[in-house]
Design a protein around this ligand. Structure first.
Ligand code: HXC
Length: 257
């Protein structure tokens, strides 16, 4: 498939998606949405890919949903086509996704980063949910995923004032896993993705699924789910190999089986 608003590359077992609408600071219009979802799905279905990196430009990861496209929408249309509900298909990607954020990650941009599993931020990154300044509220998870990530106090602060938070505050608040100098952002995200992709894919995918389960159910059920997933990994060749390699003091050779 050929894409117009994103660039799709691979680096070994890492799939890289770069949002590429520079004139609109990577504002997320319908085309960007469709292409990004399609690229993530293709990587998810590709046996040669073990992890995905999503990034934008130096100035903007994404400055939000495309306000100019959204402007004329009325209620019936928004509800009728479940406007931007399709992004949940991106969030449903089963392989690990790293958002490498430089510059603005605002509104839908911040929400898109939060759909990924790990956010690595450049020291130039700015996160915010400015929808309130437009007379609306976040619609792609901002009031939900942000609150789970940073707690009620910060989520209320950001959603009600529309202010931005810098990378340092985002890391301190628990939104961001790591902050690195801007020049090192892509290399760090790629290296992290490569590391993840070097492990056994079934165990990586189950780890992601189990962590995500913690959002959905009580602790007792989450612990049971984790234990059952853990047990099931003893049916894999990679468990045999991983543990044998440890006892034989050598590096494991995983086959994703
Ligand atoms: C459409 C956008 C855009 C957006 C920027 N642009 N953000 N177009 N939608 N979200 C366009 C500008 O119109 C401009 O185009 C070009 O990108 C460069 O932007 P400037 O504003 O000139 O850049 P700068 O002065 O550096 O300011 C950067 C900025 C500002 C602070 C990020 O662009 C800004 O505030 N953008 C809007 C941020 C926002 O409110 N995002 C939330 C959107 S609502 P021209 O043609 O004039 O050069 C949302 C809802 C999600 O995300 C939920 C959906 C269900």
């Amino acid at each position: 498939m050929s894409y117009e608003t994103i660039i799709v590359e691979t680096d070994g077992r890492v799939g890289l998606i770069t949002l590429n609408r520079p004139k609109a600071l990577n504002a997320l219009n319908s085309q960007v949405m469709e292409e990004t979802i399609a690229a993530a799905k293709a990587f998810d279905e590709d046996d040669e890919i073990g992890a995905i990196v999503l990034t934008g430009s130096e100035k903007a990861f994404a400055a939000g949903a495309d306000i100019k496209e959204m402007q004329a929408l009325n209620y019936v249309e928004a509800y009728g086509r479940d406007f931007f509900g399709q992004w949940e298909r991106f969030a449903a990607t089963r392989k690990p996704m790293i958002a490498a954020v430089s510059g603005y990650a605002l509104g839908g941009g911040c929400e898109l980063a939060m759909m990924c599993d790990i956010i690595v931020a450049a020291d130039t990154a700015k996160f915010g949910q400015p929808e309130i300044t437009l007379g609306v509220i976040p619609g792609m998870g901002g009031t939900q995923r942000l609150t789970r990530a940073v707690g009620k106090a910060k989520a209320m602060d950001l959603c009600l004032t529309g202010r931005m938070m810098d990378a340092e505050e985002a890391e301190r608040s628990g939104l961001v896993a790591r902050v690195v100098p801007a020049a090192e952002l892509i290399a760090t995200a790629r290296e992290t993705a490569k590391k993840i992709a070097s492990f056994s894919l079934p165990s990586v995918m189950m780890a992601k699924e189990a962590v995500n389960r913690s959002y959905e159910q009580p602790l007792s059920e989450g612990l049971r789910f984790e234990r059952r997933m853990f047990h099931s990994l003893f049916a894999t060749d990679d468990q045999t190999e991983g543990m044998a390699a440890f006892t034989e003091k050598r590096e494991a050779q995983f086959n994703n089986r």
